[in-house]
Design a protein around this ligand. Structure first.
Ligand code: NAD
Length: 354
């Protein structure tokens, strides 16, 4: 075993079906009594339920969370929060709402309780991505970490099967890249393998029976572990490609992760044989890349960049952007192979050898 450093983040995690009922006690335990509930416009109904549960401890709601955490939305929300004299934030939703909660926490120092309703994993990471004037920047600071995370599997029952599938593969990508991260360690590897096993076993059941509570619970458990992996170690080619493609062509976040993962794994296969064996073992497949591709196909998830809105003419630009900045990857970045990877991903062809 190589020497390693493992830092644990301090969030308190409350996990299980019906755990939202514990929210008022969790807010009180933080010494707070005027919480502002955050959500997207689409999840206004879920937010209203949370407001009702908080009763007198609710200072109001802000339902304007949007994808990519635009700074103008954060500033607008802070105006409402100061007017309401809120002393804490409850972010109810996926990565977009958690992002808003983190951006406000960073600027105001307010305590943050995250109530995730997708499998994106942002609630477990000290990472914040924000957009100002169309440019997305990412920073890492413990100031954005929630104090408490409430995972209530009941809140994920309404996540549509297609979004459940792609959000689940988005989570799986965090665990897969954690296994070959330069700063990986045995604790993260344990969590990553367990997470992939949990997701591979439960996601197909969710797609056929979205109301299967046991499958929902196993998926959310896997997604939590994936979030820890994402927050703890450096991500590589897969996350970089998704960031580039999402930013340059405004592609949907979870869909992009779902399409790219088998190709990124094929690219890195020969350079990270131990990680690939662990991923394949956890998927119950002979090969990591093929295993993810098969899982995706079983889930009916998108398999090509073309079908999620990428223009073919964008392949060259995406190749340049992917090679632009230095980042960790088991295999050096080679322009021709990255271009081929993107061409195959665009068309949805098998990754083959890259
Ligand atoms: P999202 O938060 O944008 O949610 C997608 C849509 O699904 C929204 O309309 C939302 O209201 C709806 N939704 C969410 N949960 C639902 C539920 N249970 N039932 C019904 N509808 C529901 O999508 P996401 O994939 O969770 O998050 C993507 C964003 O999060 C991206 O901007 C990404 O960059 C960011 N992210 C950040 C980190 C990080 O560590 N900073 C990690 C992962 C993702």
């Amino acid at each position: 075993m190589q020497p390693f450093v493992y830092t644990a983040d301090p969030a308190r995690v409350v996990f299980g079906a019906g755990t939202l009922a514990r929210l008022p006690d969790e807010v009180a335990a933080l010494g707070c009594s005027r919480a502002m509930v955050l959500s997207t416009p689409e999840q206004k109904g879920m937010a209203a339920d949370v407001e009702g549960r908080l009763g007198a401890a609710c200072a109001g709601a802000y339902n304007g969370a949007r994808m990519h955490t635009p700074v103008e939305v954060t500033e607008d929300a802070i105006g409402r929060i100061s007017a309401a004299r809120a002393d804490s934030l409850i972010a109810v939703g996926g990565g977009s709402t958690t992002g808003l909660g983190k951006a406000i926490a960073l600027r105001t120092g307010l305590k943050l309780v995250a109530v995730p309703t997708t499998y994106a994993g942002s609630e477990m990471t000290p990472i914040l991505g924000e957009t100002a004037d169309g440019v997305k920047t990412t920073q890492r600071t413990p100031k954005v970490l929630p104090q408490t995370v409430i995972y209530d599997t009941d809140l994920t029952l309404s996540l549509p099967p297609r979004l459940s599938a792609t959000s689940g593969i988005n989570a799986l990508a965090h665990a897969a890249e954690a296994l070959y991260a330069p700063d990986s360690n045995p604790i993260v590897a344990l969590m990553a393998e367990e997470a992939i096993r949990a997701l591979a076993g439960s996601l197909p059941r969710i797609v056929t029976h979205p109301g299967d509570r046991e499958a929902r619970t196993t998926t959310l458990y896997g997604a939590w572990l994936c979030g820890i992996c994402l927050g703890r170690v450096a991500m590589s080619l897969h996350h970089k490609l998704c960031h580039v493609l999402g930013g340059a062509f405004d592609l949907p976040h979870a869909d992009t992760h779902t399409v790219i993962l088998p190709y990124a794994l094929a690219y890195n296969a020969a350079a990270a044989p131990g990680a690939m064996a662990a991923i394949a073992r956890s998927l119950g497949s002979a090969d990591a890349s093929a295993g993810v591709r098969d899982l995706s196909a079983r889930l009916g998830a998108p398999g090509s960049l073309r079908e999620i809105g990428m223009p073919e003419a964008g392949i060259e630009r995406a190749t340049e952007l992917a090679l632009n900045s230095a980042y960790a990857n088991p295999r050096p970045l080679e322009a021709d192979a990255i271009r081929l990877l993107l061409r195959r991903a665009y068309a949805g062809e098998p990754p083959g050898s890259l």
